[in-house]
Each structure stands twice: as structure tokens, then as C-alpha cells.
Unconditional design. Structure first.
Length: 323
């Protein structure tokens, strides 16, 4: 299906607004004419100059009233069997218009409102298609490439130290903060909380770092709270040069549990993020082994042999753990 362009969406919106305006205008005319019909008497002192009965277009009569001439639309059946005594004409002083009684019938409103409802359906379908297109575009650009691992704090410092020597990088603490001050360091070892987590799931919400080129700009998403304060969210989707390093680590709420970590970046992002990811993967290969598509260090394997759980989710059954 063809994608909905901005031009197409704007056109549908303008058509919808135009039909709404036309429907409202017709309603106001109808309401005004009904008010006149109920409050005033039909005009009497007019003369019919011409009767125009048409098959394909609207019929009308041409009259003279108060020294002025007016075309008045009439129903075709009344035009064919024209009888001035049976036709009631009313005069709108404000608009200087003469109209026939049936000209204020509800049936004249129905086509306009049907057209407007159809345009609403059209607009709804267009917006829905547009949102679907945006989701497709976002998903195509936001597919993550990631690698899961089981590494201890010392493993991560050893691995990232190799990367730090090869390319100029820095680490930015990711998450939601009440201050717009960004915490960034040029070496991973300066984060003392590294290698520990309070979350039992491998996609931990703490100790997450964005690895990016040194001195790069950090973009944050700002959310206003109900109390008027602001939250500043630093996330990978707003920083295309970055790579996420979620360290996982020792689970603080249980004994002998090591939660998995991951490195990840958006596949459709920048060349800088791809280069950083490549260097981290190179260092990871040098510092650990790959088993069942997961990297695990010798120290983590020692913990496993000592009865530790190496798990992706603490609350999942133990048979789902890394073995």
C-alpha cells in the first residue's frame, strides 16, 4: 500500500474542515429560516415574472417584491403545477433574501452532513494509515543489534579499558533524572556502582551507560510532571551516536545471583555507534568465551561452578538460566 504523504494528509484535513464549515453554514441558514417561518407571515405583495421548471437542475421562480427582483428556488413538483396561492414565500430582511417554505426543510441538510461524516471516516483511515507508516519507518530504523553477556565488574573494567585505549570514548549514565545535569566519565571504572543491580531482569533499569564518542552532545527527552517539575530522560533513541552498555551484575536482593547484561545499538543509527559496538565486541571476544550465543567470562563460569545462578530473569524457572 502506498504511503500517506504530508501533502495528502493536509489535503484530507482541509477537505474535512471545509465540509464541516459547509455543514455548519447550512444548519445556521436552516435554523434562521425556521425562525422566520415561525415568527413571521408569508409575503403577499409580490408578482411572478417568470417560472423556470428544470429537469436536471433546480427549479425556480423569478419574482418582484418591494421594488426588487429575486430568484427563488422551489421544489420541481410545485414548479410544474405552479399555483401562487399554494406557495408560501418568506423574506429575510437581514440577508435580503426571499425563499420558499420548503427551502427550510431538513432534507437539504442531510447531504451536507453525510458528506462531512464520510470525510471524517476518510480522515480517520488516512491518519491510521499514516500512523502505521510511521510505525513501520520507526521499527525499520529502530531495530536493535545486541549481544548478551555474563560479566563481573572486573571483567567489564578489563574489557572496556581495551576499548578506551583504542578509540576516544566516554560514558554517560542513562535513565530518568530530576536534574538536567549529565553525569559523564571518560573511564568506566569511575562508576563505583558498576557490576551490581537492583533489578532481577537482564534489561536492568539501573547501571546503564551510553558509550559514545568523546565530548559528544547528549540529548535528553524532557517530560513535565503533574506537580510542575521536570524529568530528564537520557536514552539511546535520542542519541544516535551511542551504544548502550547495560552491565547487569550481582543481584543485590538475593544471594549468589548474577544477572545478564548486554550491549546494544540501533541498527539504523550512525557509523560512530557501529564503530564503537564493533570495538566492544572485539574486546569482549578477547576477554570471554561465547557459549550458546552468550558471552561469559572465566570468572563468571567460576561463580557458576560455585553454585551461583547466571540468569536473565531472577523470577523465571532455574531451568531457563545459563548453563
Amino acid at each position: 500500500m502506498k504511503r500517506v504523504t504530508n501533502k495528502e494528509l493536509i489535503s484530507v484535513i482541509l477537505i474535512n474542515i471545509g465540509l464541516l464549515a459547509a455543514a455548519v453554514y447550512m444548519w445556521l441558514i436552516y435554523d434562521r429560516r425556521q425562525t422566520i417561518i415561525k415568527s413571521e407571515e408569508p409575503i403577499q405583495n409580490y408578482s411572478v415574472l417568470e417560472v423556470n421548471c428544470r429537469r436536471r437542475t433546480s427549479s425556480s421562480i423569478f419574482i418582484e417584491f418591494n421594488g426588487k427582483q429575486y430568484y427563488v428556488a422551489v421544489a420541481r413538483d410545485k414548479c410544474i403545477q405552479f399555483d401562487p396561492q399554494k406557495i408560501k414565500l418568506f423574506y429575510d430582511k437581514e440577508r435580503d433574501k426571499v425563499y420558499e417554505e420548503s427551502g427550510a426543510m431538513v432534507r437539504h441538510l442531510v447531504p451536507n452532513f453525510i458528506l462531512y461524516l464520510c470525510s471524517c471516516v476518510w480522515l480517520f483511515v488516512t491518519i491510521r494509515r499514516r500512523n502505521k507508516d510511521k510505525r513501520i519507518i520507526i521499527n525499520s530504523h529502530m531495530k536493535t543489534k545486541q549481544q548478551v553477556f555474563f560479566l563481573t565488574k572486573l571483567d567489564i573494567i578489563k574489557m572496556m579499558s581495551k576499548v578506551e585505549k583504542r578509540i576516544p570514548i566516554e560514558y554517560v549514565l542513562m535513565g530518568t533524572f530530576t536534574s538536567e545535569v549529565v553525569r559523564r566519565e571518560n573511564t568506566i571504572s569511575k562508576f563505583t556502582e558498576l557490576g551490581h543491580t537492583n533489578y532481577g531482569n537482564w534489561i536492568s533499569m539501573d547501571n546503564r551507560y551510553m558509550v559514545q564518542p568523546l565530548n559528544s552532545k547528549v540529548n535528553s527527552r524532557i517530560l513535565k510532571q503533574k506537580d510542575g517539575s521536570f524529568h530528564y530522560i537520557i536514552e539511546l533513541s535520542s542519541n544516535p551516536k551511542g551504544v548502550e552498555l547495560s552491565t547487569g551484575g550481582i543481584y543485590e536482593k538475593a544471594e549468589k545471583v548474577l544477572i545478564a547484561g548486554r550491549i546494544a545499538y540501533f541498527a539504523g543509527s550512525s557509523e560512530e555507534s557501529k564503530a564503537i559496538y564493533k570495538e566492544i565486541m572485539k574486546a569482549m571476544n578477547e576477554c570471554s568465551i561465547k557459549k550458546n550465543n552468550v558471552f561469559v567470562s572465566s570468572e563468571a563460569l567460576s561463580l557458576l561452578n560455585d553454585g551461583w545462578r547466571l540468569t536473565y530473569n531472577y523470577n523465571a524457572p532455574c531451568d531457563k538460566d545459563f548453563k
